[in-house]
Write a protein that binds this ligand. Structure first.
Ligand code: SF4
Ligand code: SF4
Length: 714
């Protein structure tokens, strides 16, 4: 008995010391990051909301269960291990007293049954994980595997360790039954099966097995603890913390303002020598950013949904997080060193790691390749999928900010767009007074605000640069105006004084130009007395509704699909003319995933008589990007296949008559892809890409179109 106690406690002490040292080191590393007081304040202010989030995300495993098979396996393993904490207490108790039982509940048949049930459930989960990993093997599936780039060896080791936890448990419990010290008289069905199998060995052998496997159980649990502390399985401890401090409601929608030392950066007073301008080195990440890196489970769900990765680009959101984590760990001795003398004594490998640029090519030994950084469309699929709420876009755009503002290093084709934004307040550099040209093509009046929007005007129609200046998007603008006019909605536009919201500049990383344009627009809107805005562009919608409040601009903003769906529901718009077409709807990322507007566009399509709507395989919160977000609209797509082509291929598989959407960016990208397909004969000539507003206006007009030429809004 003494030997058993000594071995068990010795193992526990050594393992706890090794794991504890690692956890202490990790804590020091995380706290070396920049402060993020807003995260702490948000948790303090919204306790009930956070309890709900922890309950659904961590205890309920909501995001994991969206992937039915692996999600269920993880659910079983998570809850299995939580309940198996009881058996770990029992095994430690049995080190000291063979007849140990849990206080109060230690002889309840239900507890014995529950423990065995979850032990079997965990085994089932482990077998499922093993089958998933064998079938989705990166060695055979290559980039298609979501585990491509993950540390698969460590994952197999952990699966083996969990299996050992369960097998040692069942063996010592079976032996306990045969030696008469098992605490549960009934219910522990799996232990009884093990007991039956071991019974022929007799009392003596079972007593030895009991002692040996109790120590083995303690040893496996302790070794597992050390493995957890040194591997991706750290997420067992970190995931609840990361979820707790994640952005609410999620890290989609607005970008965070630029912060330095925990305070929002004021460009008028900021000093590039002392302030943090974006993420230029690993020390510029906040502790929450570093926590993200430590929490990644390497599950690859983000990678599997990333349009850049799917089309052969070097960007994998998982790999970005893993590369940052590997770099942070390798540079940690340098970061945590107390003095320059201490740094001088560090191994050369650590000094070399400290010298690596955060963003740089292979030749420059960069941690993140520029092609990785500039491939992101900010579509949000990674953030949406991540089961532990990692905030990939914040990190990617944070690095972009530093590259643009401090290094002036960004794809040069974007320079023209930025110059146009600064000089003409639109990305194309078209003269401001052309912004109201589309109004002259209508056969009714649209009031243009002259200083103020005037009495009786309910909505300011924010047209957007594309809606005002790009030919295809102008058709949507005119359709929306006609529908609002038909429904009797009083609206006005800003015309020439409307400027770009700044979204392309912000997503590219140029926070300075964004802030300049945003301030200009907020002043215009406030001076005009605007309170309610309807936008046609999801990027304008996201920026005005969710980013302008960061700069003091607070408005009630609605997307045109929301307003039009409401007008149809209220009977103020009556779609009567049938449109006998098969229609598939493409969710714009900044309307759908970023802002959760999925239903109104579909309601509009369904309200039009004659339409037959069919969903693409990837739709709603799993919709596939068109390739234009994240300022990619203004960048060349030189690597891999084109994202818009991949999306249109998916639509073509349904053989639709119309691809409908609700975003001018998507219209341009999908329209270009359809035109390319038509040129090769891969798409029928009659196939159209139109906004749902254009579809609705065709049906609301009482006279049916006379010819194919009339299908487009004039
Ligand atoms: S935002 Fe979209 S493109 Fe960017 S890394 Fe995430 S999934 Fe990939
Ligand atoms: S970032 Fe999230 S989704 Fe991606 S591999 Fe890590 S845990 Fe999985």
């Amino acid at each position: 008995m003494i030997a058993r106690i000594a071995v068990g406690l010795g193992l526990t002490l050594v393992a706890s010391a090794v794991a504890g040292r690692r956890l202490w080191w990790l804590k020091r590393l995380a706290f070396s990051g920049q402060p993020a007081p807003e995260r702490v304040a948000a948790v303090r202010e919204h306790v009930s909301r956070d309890v709900k989030t922890e309950t659904t995300e961590v205890l309920g495993q909501r995001k994991l269960l969206k992937w039915t098979v692996p999600g269920t396996a993880h659910f079983l393993t998570f809850w299995g291990f939580t309940i198996l904490l009881l058996t770990i207490i029992e095994s430690f108790g049995a080190l000291f007293d063979r007849t140990f039982s849990l206080p109060w509940i230690g002889h309840w048949a239900f507890i014995g049954f529950l423990e065995d049930l979850v032990a079997v459930g965990v085994l089932a989960g482990i077998i499922t994980f093993a089958v998933i990993r064998l079938r989705d093997n990166p060695h055979t599936e290559g980039r298609k595997s979501r585990f491509y780039g993950s540390h698969t060896g460590a994952a197999w080791l952990v699966l083996a360790m969990i299996s050992l936890v369960i097998t040692t448990l069942l063996i010592y419990r079976g032996a306990q039954i045969n030696t008469g010290v098992f605490p549960y008289p009934h219910g522990a069905f799996a232990s009884q099966i093990a007991g039956h199998a071991l019974a022929p060995l007799g009392y003596g052998a079972n007593a030895v097995l009991e002692a040996a496997f109790i120590i083995a159980q303690v040893a496996v649990v302790m070794v597992f603890l050390v493995i957890i502390a040194y591997s991706k399985h750290l997420h067992i401890f970190l995931a609840p913390v990361n979820v707790l401090f994640s952005r609410r409601p999620d890290a989609l929608g607005p970008l965070e303002p630029m912060r330095s030392g925990g305070k929002v950066l004021d460009f008028e007073e900021a000093d590039p020598d002392t302030d943090v301008f974006g993420l230029g080195k690993i020390e510029d990440f906040t502790w929450k950013g570093l926590l993200d890196m430590g929490t990644c489970t390497e599950c690859g769900r983000c990678q599997s949904q990333c349009p850049a990765w799917a089309t052969g680009k070097p960007l994998s959101p998982k790999q970005v997080i893993l590369d940052l984590r590997d770099h942070a760990f390798a540079k940690a001795p340098w970061i945590l060193a107390a003095s320059d003398e201490e740094r001088d004594k560090l191994p050369e490998a650590v000094k070399a790691e400290a010298e690596r640029p955060l963003v740089g090519t292979k030749d420059q030994h960069g941690v993140i390749d520029p092609d990785v950084l500039w491939s992101c469309t900010n579509c949000g699929a990674c953030v949406q999928e991540c089961p532990v709420d990692i905030e990939h876009i914040d990190h990617i755009d944070g690095m972009r900010r530093h590259q643009v503002l401090i290094e002036s290093a960004f794809p040069q084709e974007a320079a023209t767009m930025l110059k146009n934004l600064e000089n003409k307040a639109n990305p194309w550099g078209i003269a401001e007074d052309r912004r109201a040209d589309w109004i002259t093509e209508l056969d009714f009046e649209v009031p243009v605000a002259d200083g103020t929007i005037g009495p009786g005007i309910e909505y300011l129609f924010w047209v957007g640069c594309a809606g005002a200046l790009e030919d295809r998007a102008k058709k949507t603008t005119k359709a929306i105006a006609e529908l609002l006019h038909t429904a009797g909605v009083k609206f006005a536009v800003l015309g020439p004084v409307e400027a770009c919201t700044g979204d392309p500049a912000r997503r590219l990383g140029n926070e300075f130009v964004f802030s300049m344009l945003a301030q200009q627009n907020i002043t215009t809107l406030n001076d005009a007395g605007v309170t309610k805005i309807v936008t046609s562009c999801p990027h304008c919608f996201n920026t005005i509704a969710r980013e302008y409040p960061q700069l003091g601009g607070h408005y009630e903003v609605i997307h045109h699909t929301q307003l039009l769906a409401r007008l149809v529901a209220e009977g103020r718009l009556s779609p009567v003319t049938p449109v006998e077409e098969k229609i598939t709807y493409h969710d714009p990322c900044f309307l759908g995933r970023h802002n959760k507007v999925f239903t109104p566009p579909r309601e509009i399509i369904d309200a039009v008589p004659g339409t037959h709507a069919e969903e693409m395989h990837r739709c709603k919160d799993r919709g596939f990007c068109c390739g234009a977000g994240g300022a990619r609209m203004w960048l060349e797509e030189r690597i891999g296949t084109r994202i818009n082509t991949e999306r249109i291929d998916e639509a073509l598989a349904l053989d639709p008559d119309t691809v409908s959407t609700a975003c001018p960016y998507c219209m341009v990208m999908l329209g270009d892809a359809v035109n390319a397909k038509k040129a090769t004969g891969a798409a029928k000539q009659s196939l159209e890409v139109i906004d749902v507003a254009q579809l609705l206006v065709r049906s609301v007009r009482t006279a049916p179109p006379k010819s194919a030429a009339d299908r487009s809004v004039k």
